[in-house]
Design a protein around this ligand. Structure first.
Ligand SMILES: C[S@@+](CC[C@H](N)C(=O)[O-])C[C@H]1O[C@@H](n2cnc3c(N)ncnc32)[C@H](O)[C@@H]1O
Length: 429
């Protein structure tokens, strides 16, 4: 049987499983303006697996029938997908198109203050990605994806951050390598070239409240994606095994989205979310919007620079999600060492970050997300997604009393939960 036939059969079999499930559950998968619901992340495992196979097999089939030269040529033109999306975001085109009816390109251009012909060309390109559609010639309307730019602050900020910032950084990777080689300094990455600054990314970002807020919202939105869903953190560690009243310190916890999710399940724990001073008020404001008082009352925010000594001593768990991967080894070791004096024998650090596999171990769609994150770390921080041996070395070099006890990658997660225990027998209480 040819590979094409194999793939087409896989697609037919697995699409039937997805279709049966979505029909049974009354879930509509479509491009219509109201079809914005995400595929349920809590669908049965066999349905999620079938969906993964369909996504991977359709991609492979498409590449195969396209052929290598044609595939490569058009791969090399994908920057236009990002630049047109950026234009749409930057000039707020989406916000001037009503959700319930189509308007002409001229009306849209007038409202947005842009040129009608240019807007039409950009939007007609975007339509080839199922973003907006033209129900009647010369009229523009929303599809599900473009409607999300209105409905979802998180998706909008994600698109804003990636197209206005990450895209810009990644386009300077070659220049950064030419300038500094394979530097591992936080202030010698593509980010510094792109923004013409000597400051590391977070220091530079912190000077602009709008950009800092957009980044924090992107991080929150990421917790809704398949690979980085916050449920993987909630299920990846036995939070309920901690004693009633125990404190969890979320170091670099942004606006508190991880603690809110854990607090929903583990209702006896207290939380301190630490972050840079400009993030703390944003987190406090967002916490006020959490309806459940039992959750709100257990979460506090604290401004803390994790390059300075940890002020909360003896907490049951210090959580670091998406922190150490932002830092080259020297910085990651420094962050851990600033934490160690606050630890007591048996204290735990729960680190949630990618643990890079060898190539071809994971399903391609899962590996791809991890490789994207690895390059994101390279361009923004000269940091990386570490392999297991890198993590073990990092902990032992930071402090020989830090022992990696458990590494768990929840099914479908692009990150692993690493449990590091501080073993200081000499000072056991
Ligand atoms: C990649 S985000 C991860 C946020 C959150 N832990 C999560 O899982 O989504 C990194 C966080 O570290 C914070 N951060 C950066 N430098 C910091 C520093 N020196 N001290 C404390 N927090 C810092 C950023 O503001 C940001 O919220």
């Amino acid at each position: 049987m040819s590979r094409l036939t194999q793939l087409s059969q896989q697609i037919a079999t697995n699409t039937a499983i997805v279709d049966e499930y979505t029909q049974r559950e009354g879930i509509k998968l479509g491009f219509g303006v109201n079809d914005t619901a995400a595929f349920p992340s809590d669908a049965p495992a066999e349905v999620l697996e079938a969906r993964r196979i369909v996504r991977e097999a359709t991609q492979e089939l498409n590449d195969l029938v396209t052929g290598p030269a044609e595939q490569l040529r058009w791969l090399a033109c994908r920057y236009h997908d990002l630049s047109s999306l950026r234009w749409i975001y930057h000039f707020n085109l989406y916000s001037h198109i009503p959700l319930d009816k189509a308007i002409t390109f001229e009306e849209l251009a007038q409202k947005a203050g842009v040129d009608a012909t240019q807007a039409k060309r950009i939007l007609r390109h975007a339509m080839t990605n199922n973003l907006f559609h033209e129900p009647h010639p010369g009229q523009i309307a929303h599809t599900a994806s473009s409607a999300l730019l209105i409905h979802s602050r998180g998706v909008r900020d994600w698109v804003g951050y990636t197209t206005e910032e990450s895209f810009r950084n990644s386009s300077k990777l070659v220049e950064a390598t030419e300038k500094w080689g394979a530097s591992d300094r936080l202030d010698q990455s593509a980010y510094q070239v792109a923004w013409e600054t000597e400051l590391p990314m977070f220091e530079h970002l912190g000077k602009d409240a709008v950009r800092a807020e957009r980044f924090a919202n992107t991080m929150t939105d990421m917790t809704s994606t398949d690979g980085y869903n916050i449920r993987h953190l909630v299920s990846g560690f036995e939070w309920s095994s901690l004693a009633e009243g125990s404190t969890v310190v979320d170091v670099g916890g942004s606006v508190g989205h991880a603690c809110i999710a854990i607090a929903e399940k583990a209702r006896g724990l207290q939380f301190i979310v630490q972050d840079r001073p400009e993030i703390v008020p944003q987190g406090e404001k967002q916490l006020e919007e959490v309806a459940d008082e039992q959750i709100r009352s257990r979460i506090k925010f604290q401004a803390h620079d994790f390059f300075t000594p940890q002020p909360v001593e003896g907490a049951a768990v210090y959580l670091m999600r998406f922190i150490l991967h932002d830092h080259p080894d020297s910085g990651a070791i420094d962050i851990l060492r600033k934490l160690v004096p606050a630890l007591k024998n048996g204290s735990r650090i729960v680190i949630m970050d990618g643990v890079m596999p060898e190539a071809n171990v994971l399903p391609k769609s899962e590996e791809r997300i991890m490789r994207i994150m690895d390059l994101e770390m390279m361009t923004t921080f000269n940091a990386k997604e570490r392999e297991r041996a890198d993590w073990e070395k990092l902990y032992s070099v930071a402090d020989s009393r830090l022992k990696l006890k458990n590494v768990e990658r929840p099914v479908g997660s692009a990150q692993s939960v690493m449990e590091v225990v501080f073993e200081d027998e000499g000072n056991a209480s």
